[in-house]
Design a protein around this ligand. Structure first.
Ligand code: NAD
Length: 332
């Protein structure tokens, strides 16, 4: 069985090679992103393994199918970058890694909150320069404040548990069934508008779907508590990036932590440090002292990478054995 991994880096090579000792597949690590142009590189590979910013749209899938690909083995939990209806029409199976160390993402969200609140990047830059003053570094106690968790799936629940450990009150919004575990922690499930109005920190942990696209737009930002903090480790498209700039400039949004950005494709996961940044919205966001952007690294822990590689290859093995698992189906 031949498998090609698009958008792969050395760390993918390391973890997949290690996980593959249990399978012995022929792995090909391809640095290029996958799109309808590069799909030709997968010619002759039965299994294609894309990453989060690859464009697995209908045109790409048709070319992959013509080249003999029959399975898309996603090495991510999110699947918003795949045209599932087109895959189904072509008879291609799509599987994902539904759960891998939710702690990795939840803990990164907490890291962003602490770094923003206590202005750690600024403090570190200052002490390195021999400036040991404290002006401009004033934070607030998380204890006793309210955090709003949007999406209480696997990651949202871990995140809420950690924040409860800080002594924060937990509000949650999720159209699905409320989590008994979170209810036992004293979490109040409330409508989205109530969460936005009452939370000091809002953290996004829902998938990017047609009905969650720009869930946080200008109107939602205006409903937030003045000066509140917004954290997005979900998907970039959950937040209307343009609307953030005005909200930050007038102080409506007090702090912003982004691990994902709606136009991150072609920017994140690559070194652009020698080039002028072409994305004006991202460039503006990076200029605010109360904004931290990380480049989609929330998943990036040793434990998560190992689980991702093992589950992805186990998904391939299950499909090969005629008992597919972790299959993603088109809705409707
Ligand atoms: P999950 O499927 O376990 O949970 C998602 C939850 O969101 C579910 O409870 C669902 O009911 C809820 N939801 C659906 N629509 C909603 C809406 N309109 N409003 C609020 N909640 C809604 O998924 P998970 O494993 O917890 O992951 C959540 C998301 O985190 C993924 O979809 C992925 O996009 C993102 N993620 C990001 C990274 C990263 O590195 N930054 C890594 C992994 C996952």
């Amino acid at each position: 069985m031949r498998i090609i991994l698009f958008s792969s880096r050395q760390y993918d090579n390391d973890t997949f090679t290690e996980a593959n000792t249990a399978h012995g597949y022929e792995l090909h690590f391809q640095e290029s992103n996958l799109d309808s142009e590069t799909a030709i590189l997968a010619h002759g590979y039965e299994v294609v393994c894309p990453f989060v910013n690859d464009q697995v749209d209908a045109a790409t899938l048709e070319r992959l199918h013509a080249g003999g690909t029959r399975m898309i083995a996603l090495r991510s939990a999110g699947f918003n970058h795949v045209d599932l209806a087109a895959a189904e029409r072509l008879g291609m199976l799509v599987a994902r890694v539904p759960a891998y160390s939710p702690y990795a993402v939840a803990e990164h969200a907490v890291g962003l909150i602490l770094a923003l609140n206590r202005r750690l990047p600024r403090a570190v830059a200052r002490t390195r320069e021999g400036d040991f003053s404290l002006h401009g570094l004033l934070g607030f106690d998380l204890h006793g404040k309210t955090v709003g968790v949007i999406g209480t799936g696997i990651i949202g629940r871990v995140f809420a548990r950690i924040m409860a450990g800080f002594g924060m009150h937990i509000l949650a919004y999720d159209p699905g069934t409320p989590s008994d575990e979170l209810l036992a922690l004293g979490t109040r499930y409330v409508p989205l508008d109530t969460l936005l109005a009452e939370a000091d920190v809002v953290s996004l942990h829902c998938p990017l779907l047609p009905d969650t696209y720009h869930l946080i737009d200008g109107a939602a930002l205006a409903k937030m508590k003045r000066g509140a903090m917004l954290i997005n480790t979900g998907r970039g498209g959950l937040v209307e990036a343009n609307a953030l700039i005005g909200a930050l400039k007038d102080g409506q949004l007090g702090h912003l932590g982004l691990d994902v950005y709606e136009e991150e494709g072609g920017i994140f996961f690559e070194d652009h440090s020698n080039l002028p940044l072409q994305d004006d919205v991202l460039a503006r966001l990076l200029m605010f002292p109360n904004v931290i952007v990380t480049a989609h690294q929330a998943f990036f822990t040793r434990e998560a990478m190992t689980e991702i590689a093992q589950t992805t290859l186990a998904n391939v093995a299950a499909w090969q054995a005629g008992t597919p698992r972790n299959v993603v189906h088109a809705v409707g």
